[in-house]
Design a protein around this ligand. Structure first.
Ligand SMILES: NC(=O)c1ccc[n+]([C@@H]2O[C@H](COP(=O)([O-])OP(=O)(O)OC[C@H]3O[C@@H](n4cnc5c(N)ncnc54)[C@H](O)[C@@H]3O)[C@@H](O)[C@H]2O)c1
Length: 490
């Protein structure tokens, strides 16, 4: 299957017909009446991962019938059942490789909403076949995959969007405006935090044998594992809880980083970082001997990511990440009874500048500026007056993508997307830099004393262009992963 790159002539037709303003389609629009979408104007969509978030991703992209859902793929028929019922005409597959090959001439665009370990390989295969892709956050499981997808999307001229819907929240426009007007002055530090993990994390690897549920076959489980290292079925790995295991997920940082770091990354025009370091919590069942669980993401961590000065900034910026219930301290210029970030303060962002602090919650909601003078600026209540996707689910994040797919690569609609891979690739790389440091933190050798020597607990220096840690080669193993045989699709 690798290398098969059948391009779809339908996709070209859609693009050309929507560019040819006023010209005839197969059925001219005026013949069909107002509000009717000509069949030739509809995208043929497929979903990889139809349960969980996949259900709303494909439904929102379908856009109440403005597009067709022609195929659905999920390894778990139970989880996919609701979506299958909603789109009875869609062909159902369990193996996305078979679906993308068999239907390569029919599918225009694909939503990918599987666990993180599948994103990269599935998206690469779709992009290579000229299909537009909407990929859930984090874009990929490792940095190498994010770099590959960003490059492949450009080369294959496909329209892309990562599923961090907060990027399309119009409140973020106000944050960009404040930043462009230099309201908070020169920025030195950014603080981002989340209450995740809200699933089991930092726990021992399960050892008991659990039979596959009746509705899952061995072949289904093998497809679930995909490019990851093979492990037997366990309910701690499927569904939802896969987030806490490096084999499948990307921990608390991977889960929320692309939402919460996004407003800072975008407004500060950040690019590749130059350094990363972390500290990570441990659990103790015995005196003086922390549990050693390199397979699992830690229960809590803090990460410091440094960015060199750029076109906006004359100085380096430090971005501090906190998860697992750890939060930054309340700055003195913010009134003590203000919850910063989300309404309950559980997730949030603070961008510290020389003249004040800009804050917001998850998805960029409720942005505020606290000036050193004591003045507080809130979002202009008319901010959404002209918002194109007002009333659309998730700020129109999926619909804007389907409309951009129709308009074509590099169209104004494409350029207006808030998280196409040119942007979200580097954002994801930054998020995953934190995970690279966290995984390096677990590298250990046993000492003769029976205690472990954790030799990867360093400040790591990053060469973004070369995609390489320059001062500790062993950490470079976490830039990519070992792909299971037959799954080296990227
Ligand atoms: N943007 C958001 O607000 C948001 C919210 C939730 C989840 N997510 C993201 O969506 C993705 C899925 O998360 P979830 O919570 O829905 O997980 P989930 O485990 O609940 O659902 C994943 C679905 O993918 C299916 N699947 C697994 N492997 C597959 C494969 N190889 N081929 C086809 N289908 C496969 C599963 O059977 C399941 O139906 C993750 O990347 C997550 O980060 C985003």
């Amino acid at each position: 299957m690798k290398g098969s790159k059948k391009k779809n002539s339908r996709r070209k037709f859609i693009k050309n017909s929507s560019l040819a303003v006023g010209s005839f389609y197969i059925v001219p629009r005026h013949v069909l009446g107002r509000g009717y979408t000509a069949p030739s104007d509809k995208l043929n969509l497929a979903a990889i991962g139809a349960g969980g978030k996949g259900g709303s991703d494909i439904t929102n992209s379908w856009n109440k019938g403005k597009n067709n859902v022609v195929a659905l793929c999920d390894v778990d028929t139970n989880l996919a059942a609701g979506t299958v019922k909603k789109f009875p005409k869609a062909k159902f597959y369990k193996d996305f490789r078979v679906m993308l090959d068999k239907m390569s001439r029919r599918i225009d665009a694909v939503t990918i909403s599987t666990p993180d370990h599948i994103h990269g390989v599935a998206a690469k295969m779709a992009i290579d076949r000229g299909m537009h892709v909407y990929v859930q956050k984090p874009l990929t499981h490792n940095i190498y995959e994010a770099r590959q997808l960003t490059k492949a999307a450009r080369e294959n001229k496909v329209v892309t969007q990562m599923g961090n819907q907060g990027a399309s929240n119009p409140e973020q426009l106000q944050m960009q405006k404040w930043m462009a007007e230099n309201v908070i002055g020169d920025v030195s530090n950014v603080h981002c935090w989340t209450n995740r993990p809200v699933w089991p994390q930092g726990i021992p690897v399960p050892t008991e044998k659990v039979p596959l549920p009746d509705h899952l076959s061995k072949e289904d489980w093998d497809l679930y594992i995909g490019p990851a290292e093979y492990v037997d079925y366990h309910p701690l790995y499927h569904a939802f809880k896969w987030r806490g295991w490096w084999n499948f997920g990307t921990g608390a940082l991977g889960d929320m980083g692309c939402h919460i770091i996004d407003p800072a990354f975008k407004t500060l025009k950040l690019g590749y970082p130059s350094e990363v370091q972390c500290s990570v919590s441990a659990i103790f069942k015995r005196d003086w001997s922390p549990e050693h669980i390199p397979e699992g993401c830690p229960p809590a961590s803090t990460v410091k990511i440094r960015f060199p000065k750029n076109s906006r900034q004359n100085n380096d910026i430090n971005l501090y990440w906190y998860d697992g219930g750890i939060k930054p301290f309340h700055p003195s210029i913010i009134p003590a009874d203000h919850n910063i970030g989300d309404e309950d303060g559980s997730n949030g962002v603070m961008i510290e500048g020389s003249k004040g602090i800009m804050s917001c919650g998850t998805y960029g909601i409720n942005p505020k500026v606290y000036l050193n003078t004591g003045e507080i600026l809130e979002v202009d209540k008319t901010y959404a007056k002209d918002f194109k996707w007002k009333g659309s689910p998730e700020f129109g994040h999926q619909i804007s993508w389907t409309e951009a797919c129709k308009a074509g690569f590099n169209s104004p609609e494409h350029q207006a997307l808030t998280s196409s891979f040119d942007y979200s690739g580097p954002l994801t790389e930054t998020v995953l830099m934190g995970n690279l440091a966290i995984r390096s933190y677990s590298l250990a050798k046993m000492r003769p004393s029976g205690h472990r020597n954790y030799y990867g607990r360093k400040k790591l220096l990053w060469d973004g262009q070369a995609m390489k840690i320059t001062n500790f080669d062993e950490a470079n193993q976490f830039v990519s992963r070992k792909y299971r045989r037959g799954w080296e699709l990227i």
